[in-house]
Design a protein around this ligand. Structure first.
Ligand code: AHR
Length: 516
């Protein structure tokens, strides 16, 4: 491959990453809660039933904010079922995942888990089967200090201090026919604005995300955002986006190009949000919450992978096993999010444990890192700071990507996919510049030359690469580190130039000590 050139300048900045860009998601789904973060009989469980082996991996993964309790689950959830003495909590049929929900774990337990993990909670309210009244009651229960029936109920339940939850999602994927009480944009816009008003009257410090489309492929995409924001514009800070990348077509080159569609999706939602602002002559800017993103396809199609018969408790569903090429597509998604740091101010990897997750567990047994764990840990641990605008001169290839999950199958043509996808983040405080790079050539080394202007000193501090000759290789309980980052030696800084050779089909992180 010919040289790939990149130009960076210290002062050419896209935006600063919001800490909430590095979030993840815990849903009452399969073994995410039960057997994932919460397993009272596990040998490592603490007095709250929290698995400490999982918590240790979560700390290493470093998510900053955690969305809960769904997902599709939230659209049928009565939050009241999950608070108060556990023995008195009802068992319910969960129609999202055809499971039995025991309610042994609920909002207060989730808040405790977040505190133990040093993660900010993000709560979603049910705007499917419930209404604005249930939503405002949950805010009062969680955030009001005391002296009212609901806040005193929380105190009586053992949580004297308010939970002070700042980030709230107004329902989930309300455009999707699979959702309990799915809505038209008008119906959803109306209920969302009424919920938003009351929630903020109770606690004006909270921030709200309205549901955007559950995918770019949805037939209502565009019209949905426009109509929903027409209703909610003055009362919300965020609109949400969801994307799951897939390799249904068995076309690896197209799969690892598909993360570029996230860039398009983000640009389009920004344009729609700003159009709504323009119609109102408003300088308010609605930010984006990419509150579900990941690779997900093996356990998506086929009823048996999504639900099990007999209304089981915490069945093993959606337990996607990630391979090396999944980690590449996933790393590309991390780069897309970083390169939109100006408008994507929150994002959640869906999900955290067992269910389409970076962490896998065996019930009663060990926990280990899936392949996608590594790019996320790099993204979160090293992605804090100012994202520099990279000018990239790379050869390209053509791909066609199939997105078949919605009511219609869509092919997206990607006419000029640069082999290099890259983001650069400058952490001023630490004096570090980090490059996140994806070499999308499946066969060729990439000779990379980066000219970095505006810094007086440049020294390679650390360089890591994730790659494997077998793109289908996975991590397992027996071989948990089959796919893990290894040091990259083919990297050198001199003057204002960095030279590196990136292996074919690789994810690379290069950290440089820099001074202004
Ligand atoms: O993350 C799995 C599911 O995907 C969520 O419950 C839903 O919101 C989305 O369709």
């Amino acid at each position: 491959m010919r040289n790939v050139d990149v130009l960076l300048h210290r002062d050419f900045v896209i935006g600063t990453t919001d800490p909430r860009l590095f979030g993840a998601f815990v849903e009452h789904l399969g073994r995410c809660v039960y057997g994932g973060i919460f397993e009272p009989d596990h040998p490592t469980a603490d007095k709250n039933g929290f698995r400490q082996d999982v918590l240790a991996l979560v700390r290493e993964l470093a998510p900053t904010i955690m969305r809960y309790p769904g997902g599709n689950f939230v659209s049928g959830y009565n939050w009241e079922d999950g608070v108060g003495p556990v023995a008195g909590r009802p068992r319910r049929l969960d129609l999202a995942w055809m499971s039995t929900e025991t309610n042994a774990f609920g909002t207060n337990e989730f808040i405790d888990w977040c505190r133990a993990a040093a993660i900010e909670p993000m709560l979603a309210v049910n705007l499917g089967t419930r209404d604005a009244d249930a939503a405002r009651n949950l805010v009062e229960y969680c955030n009001h200090p005391g002296g009212t029936a609901l806040s005193d109920l929380r105190r009586e339940h053992g949580w004297a201090r308010p939970h002070d939850v700042k980030f709230w999602c107004l329902g989930n994927e309300m455009d999707g026919p699979w959702q309990m009480e799915a809505k038209t944009p008008e119906e959803y816009g109306r209920i969302a604005v009424e919920a938003a008003k009351m929630m903020k009257w109770i606690d004006p410090t909270i921030e709200l995300a309205a549901c955007g489309s559950s995918g770019r492929r949805m037939p209502t995409f565009g019209r949905w955002e426009d109509a929903v924001l027409e209703h909610t514009f003055d009362h919300v800070e965020f609109i949400s986006l969801h994307t799951y990348l897939n390799n249904y077509a068995g076309d690896t080159a197209a799969f690892i190009a598909s993360c570029d569609l996230m860039d398009n999706f983000i640009d389009e939602v920004v344009a729609i949000a700003d159009t709504v602002a323009a119609r109102r002559r408003s300088d308010k800017r609605i930010m984006l919450s990419f509150d579900e993103w990941n690779v997900w396809y093996r356990t998506r199609r086929g009823r048996d992978a999504r639900v099990k018969p007999g209304w089981p408790v915490a069945p093993p569903i959606l337990e996607e096993i990630y391979n090396m090429e999944d980690a590449l597509a996933f790393g590309g998604a991390c780069i897309s999010l970083l390169n939109h740091a100006d408008r994507v101010k929150a994002a959640c990897l869906a999900q955290l444990v067992n269910v389409i997750a970076p962490i896998m567990t065996e019930t009663g047994g060990p926990a280990w890192r899936q392949t996608i764990f590594h790019p996320f840990a790099h993204f979160s641990n090293f992605g804090r700071g100012r994202v520099l605008r990279a000018v990239i001169d790379s050869p390209t290839y053509t791909a066609s990507y199939l997105d078949p999950n919605g009511p219609q199958d869509l092919y997206f043509r990607l006419p000029a996919v640069p082999y290099l996808k890259l983001a650069a983040v400058h952490d001023e405080e630490a004096g570090l510049l980090t490059l996140f790079a994806l070499n999308r050539s499946l066969t060729e080394d990439m000779p990379l030359q980066v000219r970095i202007e505006g810094f007086s000193r440049l020294e390679v501090a650390q360089s890591l690469q994730l790659c494997d000759a077998d793109l289908k290789a996975v991590n397992t309980k027996e071989a948990p580190d089959r796919i893990a980052p290894r040091p990259l030696t083919a990297v050198r800084a001199s003057g204002n130039r960095l030279d590196a050779t990136l292996s074919p089909a690789s994810w690379t992180v290069i950290r440089m000590a820099v001074s202004a």
